[in-house]
Ligand binder design. Structure first.
Ligand code: DGJ
Length: 729
């Protein structure tokens, strides 16, 4: 997995057994993109570049009329000296100009992968897992360096990229734009795919052919958002689940981002992702440094499924961290949909009793346990127990839960403050706001200004005391609004547009401290469901509440879409009450269970009110879940039927050694007089014999993959079936 440098031609070749990424320093100045894709062995890689003078494309060098930056496929392009496509970065210098001239200065190749200052990133456990190239461009007039970092992993088709700006000059500059990566493909015959949505409808798939000009997705909400996940992929026209070429790019960041694709006049395709340049300016003073978030670039020659499995492996094992990274997660019960704000200690104990009977392992107390919170109008910021509801305190309840053989977990929403709170009354300037302007409420709350160190310090201490006040094994970290009036009382005017990014740095710092202090706590992030489901949050909290929408039918789409990037072990999935709170639909308990069992299983309903028959179904479901949880958590995912394409959904998880698999099949609505159908499996060893569900018949792997298994003809809506496959040795 080396990175080779051919000094004569100025070519870098990053490769492992399956992937190559080639770039060239053209004319010893300009980093040009040559190739990214399946592993190649090259003798003449530079011949991929063609040069021709084009009318209206300026010449970068007066002696060479054929050479223009406007047509050069670049790695980190500027605007203002001949390339009219979207630039990767833009600085404003002290004379008011945005013209810069960054050219190749030096490079370094080293084993391993450095971490990013104050930001989450993919990591290695051993330096032999990856190799890194630092490519430095310098504008000698400004005395500023731009470091482009490229890391290639040995065992995964992953390249990570990030950029840092280092100021060794004398005049301050403003960074107006600084993508984490940019590159130009040599053609534009692609589709692109991204994950869009809203609250309760997160990460739906959208695939479209590229059109000329710019297509982009972004967030300016102060969170990665329900609306657009910080991810997109380019797909060859023939790409499907298990075939074709796919290039996926994801940003390890939880705040405002922009991902952009530009098809230029000569059919090249420029890709970039990074902090959203809209409403962002960073003042870089002499001696200062600015680090962008990291982008993860995944190449797959095995379709979307191949891309997803690579993302899953990386996120699961080299982005998520901590005690729970490699552990099966507890089956939990959360009281939110059962009680909302209206609970008493007695009610919570009843829920605990019901859950213990079903062998649920963790009880989570959700919103409404603090201050005087009876609804969403008060108390965020006052993290002291609401005595009226919990007369024996958190510890009293937690101790009771422990006596039932379960663990205790707690909901918090630390980034927020209610105007009706002691915290707000004593520190009205601790929230994001602009002096003299309205403070716009959302869910009756304001956002604490985490760009301030004093606010971060206060939060770390307050939460440390809280987490020590009771035997807490799990924390659900919620965040229920997006940002408005993004300004900070402590920053000078010229730094106000840094606030949104400084907020993220503050949040990451808090999470780093707390996760280090409480390694035994399993943290689950949440933002009104999946409004901040991104690799940045997963670096600190290894699972995320996927969506507030717990309807089994809607969840098929949400979990399927989420699985495009994120592994099942990062998704929280709960069985909730019917009629469903979000869509009013009534689905049988088995269907709800089968959907929630495809990720981290939990419950969010009055278990004590279930019928005896339903309880039996739940007990059997949990028993089966315990048998296949390892597969779901650490196996390879194959998506078989898409809920976006019909009334059926199917997916399966296969163990690394292909000895064990679990197949999930769902039919949302019955169709009259349906045809006979077979489900073609994936990911098995073609030559291996397998037994289905411990039944009588044995099949070869290729039989199951090419001829398939017969699907039942059922005359019922909301049908689901889970079956296991064991290798026969
Ligand atoms: C939004 C979360 O997504 C819900 O699960 C619940 O915790 C509520 N917030 C509580 O306010």
């Amino acid at each position: 997995m080396p990175i080779e440098w051919n000094e004569e031609d100025g070519i870098f070749h990053l490769f492992n057994d399956r992937t190559s990424y080639l770039l060239q320093i053209v004319h010893r100045k300009y980093p040009a993109h040559l190739y990214w894709g399946k592993r190649v062995h090259t003798l003449q890689p530079a011949s991929i570049l063609s040069f021709k003078g084009r009318t209206f494309s300026p010449t970068a060098e007066s002696t060479n009329k054929q050479f223009s930056l406007d047509t050069l496929p670049q790695e980190y392009p500027a605007y203002g000296n001949g390339d009219f496509r979207k630039p990767a970065y833009q600085l404003r210098t002290s004379d008011g100009s945005t013209i810069t001239e960054f050219v190749y200065d030096s490079h370094e190749i080293f084993k391993g992968k450095p971490s990013l200052d104050g930001l989450p990133s993919a990591y290695v456990e051993d330096d032999s897992e990856a190799e890194t190239l630092r490519l430095t461009l310098v504008d000698s007039k400004l005395g500023i360096g731009i470091n482009l970092f490229y890391t290639i992993y040995r065992d995964l088709d992953v390249i990570t990229r990030s950029t840092s700006f280092e100021h060794l000059g004398t005049q301050a500059v403003e960074i107006h734009k600084c993508t984490s990566m940019s590159l130009d493909f040599h053609h534009s015959n692609w589709d692109w795919l991204h994950l869009h949505g809203s609250w309760a409808r997160e990460r739906h798939l959208e695939r479209q052919p590229l059109h000329h000009g710019v297509q982009s997705i972004s967030s300016s909400r102060g969170a990665s958002s329900h609306q657009h996940n910080p991810f997109f992929a380019l797909l060859s026209k023939d790409a499907k689940e298990e075939q074709g070429e796919v290039y996926g790019i994801s940003l390890v960041y939880s705040g405002n981002f922009e991902a952009s694709i530009e098809v230029a006049p000569y059919e090249t395709t420029r890709l970039s992702i990074g902090i959203n340049p809209f409403d962002f300016i960073w003042l870089l003073k002499p001696g200062g440094k600015f680090q962008t978030p990291e982008a993860i670039l995944v190449y797959s020659s095995a379709g979307l499924g191949g891309m997803s499995r690579t993302f899953h492996k990386l996120l699961r094992a080299r982005v998520c961290r901590g005690t729970y990274r490699d552990k099966l997660r507890p089956v939990l019960i959360n009281n939110w949909e059962a009680t909302r704000f209206h609970f008493s200690e007695r009610k919570l104990k009843e829920l605990t009793d019901g859950a213990a009977e079903l062998k649920i392992e963790l009880f989570v107390l959700d919103d409404g346990w603090f201050g005087h919170r009876d609804n969403d109008k008060s108390s965020l910021g006052d993290w002291t127990v609401y005595q009226k509801k919990l007369p024996h305190g958190l510890k009293g309840l937690a101790d009771y839960v422990l006596t039932k053989g379960m663990k205790f977990g707690l909901w918090v929403e630390p980034e927020m403050v209610s105007p009706d709170s002691d915290l707000y009354r004593s520190h009205p300037d601790w929230c994001l706001h602009v002096r003299g302007r309205n403070r716009t409420l959302s869910r009756n709350q304001l956002v604490l200004d985490l760009s301030r160190q004093d606010v971060c310090d206060w939060l770390v201490e307050t939460l440390t005391n809280l987490f020590r006040s009771a035997p807490i094994s799990y924390v659900k970290w919620d965040m229920n609004r997006n940002m408005t009036e993004i300004g900070s009382a402590v920053q000078p005017p010229e730094r106000q547009k840094e606030t949104a990014h400084r907020y993220m740095l503050g949040l990451y710092q808090i999470l780093e401290k707390l996760t280090e202090r409480f390694p035994h706590i399993l943290f689950e992030s949440c933002s009104g469901g999946g409004g901040r489901f991104d690799p940045g949050m997963l670096y600190y909290m290894p699972q995320t509440w996927t969506s507030d929408n717990t309807d089994a039918v809607e969840r098929l789409k949400i979990q399927y879409g989420t699985s495009i990037v994120y592994p099942a072990i990062t998704m929280g999935a709960h069985v909730s009450d019917v009629p469903n709170h979000q869509v009013g639909r009534i689905t049988p308990i088995q269907m709800r269970l089968s959907v929630a069992m495809a990720a981290n299983l939990g419950f969010e309903l009055n278990v004590d009110k279930l019928s005896t028959e339903e309880k039996l179904t739940v007990q059997k479901g949990i028993q089966l879940y315990r048998k296949i949880q390892g597969l779901i958590s650490f196996g390879d995912l194959y998506r078989l039927l898409s809920p976006f394409e019909g009334l059926e959904t199917a997916w399966m998880y296969v163990a690394d050694n292909q000895q064990h698999a679990a197949v999930f099949y769902y039919q949302t609505l019955a169709t009259p007089n349906p045809p006979f159908r077979r489900l073609l499996l994936q990911g098995l060893n073609p030559k291996q014999k397998y037994r289905l569900n411990n039944g009588e018949k044995v099949f070869y792997g290729d039989e199951l993959m090419k001829m398939g298994v017969t699907l039942p003809l059922v005359k019922t809506d909301f049908f689901s079936e889970i079956f296991e496959i064991h290798a026969e040795n």
